[in-house]
Design a protein around this ligand. Structure first.
Ligand SMILES: Nc1ncnc2c1ncn2[C@@H]1O[C@H](COP(=O)(O)OP(=O)(O)O)[C@@H](O)[C@H]1O
Ligand SMILES: [Mg+2]
Length: 214
């Protein structure tokens, strides 16, 4: 349950094409008169952006990392995402909880049961005693071989701590996303991101149109 709005998340490793297509979809929805909120995780509020800076720059143990990410997520949900959905906005979020499962769970091998518990607490609707966690209405997973993504981003900018991980790490991240997609097939759409930009965009448009949103 996400109010009257539409909550769409963009997932995949760096260089997959998330930002490119998030921007294009935001423009497309605005052109149709929709109110659109563009945001990202980790981050999306001053508190969560501060936590993001710590998370990206410093080494920390996996539980500390997971707690920081989920603390920021609670702030982001309660203060930004849920109010926007209640107003009827389309909320386009660059990464969300699936990324935590893919990176911390798949990539680093962190205990998935702990992540599931944090997800259940953090994504519980505010004020609800026992309710299913709030989830995106649609998750676009931009999937491609890590080597292709690495080639795309190589010249673009300096790598941060997570981007400097090796290809085996990114294969585990990819497997982490695949597991989440298997577990929630109704909200996940796998986008074949190893295609020319027009072909990737066509897949995004089809996923959104299939739900009657454009
Ligand atoms: N389908 C594509 N084919 C080739 N290059 C692409 C494609 N999609 C995006 N790119 C380029 O790859 C780089 C990473 O894209 P970006 O959208 O920033 O990915 P992400 O946000 O997932 O890291 C950018 O330079 C972008 O222009
Ligand atoms: Mg990006």
């Amino acid at each position: 349950m996400t109010g009257s709005g539409t909550f769409i998340t963009f997932e995949g490793i760096d260089g997959a094409g998330k930002s490119t297509h998030l921007t294009a979809l935001a423009d497309g929805l605005r052109a149709q008169g929709r109110e659109v909120l563009v945001t990202r995780e980790p981050g999306g509020t001053p508190l969560a952006e501060g936590l993001r800076a710590l998370f990206l720059q410093q080494e920390m143990d996996p539980l500390t990392e997971a707690l920081l990410v989920f603390a920021g997520r609670r702030d982001h949900l309660a203060r930004v995402i849920l109010p926007a959905l209640a107003r009827g906005s389309a909320v386009l979020c660059d990464r969300f909880t699936d990324a935590t499962f893919a990176y911390q769970g798949g990539g680093r091998g962190f205990d998935l049961a702990v992540l599931q518990q944090l997800e259940a607490w953090v994504q519980r609707p505010p004020g609800a005693v026992a309710a299913a966690p709030i989830q995106p209405d649609l998750t676009l997973w931009f999937d491609l071989p890590p080597a292709v993504a690495a080639a795309r981003r190589a010249a673009a900018r300096a790598a941060d701590r997570l981007e400097r991980e090796d290809s085996a790490f990114f294969e585990r991240v990819r497997s982490g996303y695949a597991l989440r997609a298997e577990q929630a097939p109704q909200r996940f759409v796998r986008i074949d991101a190893d295609r020319p930009p027009e072909a990737v965009w066509a897949q995004v448009q089809q996923a959104v149109a299939a739900r009657g949103w454009v």
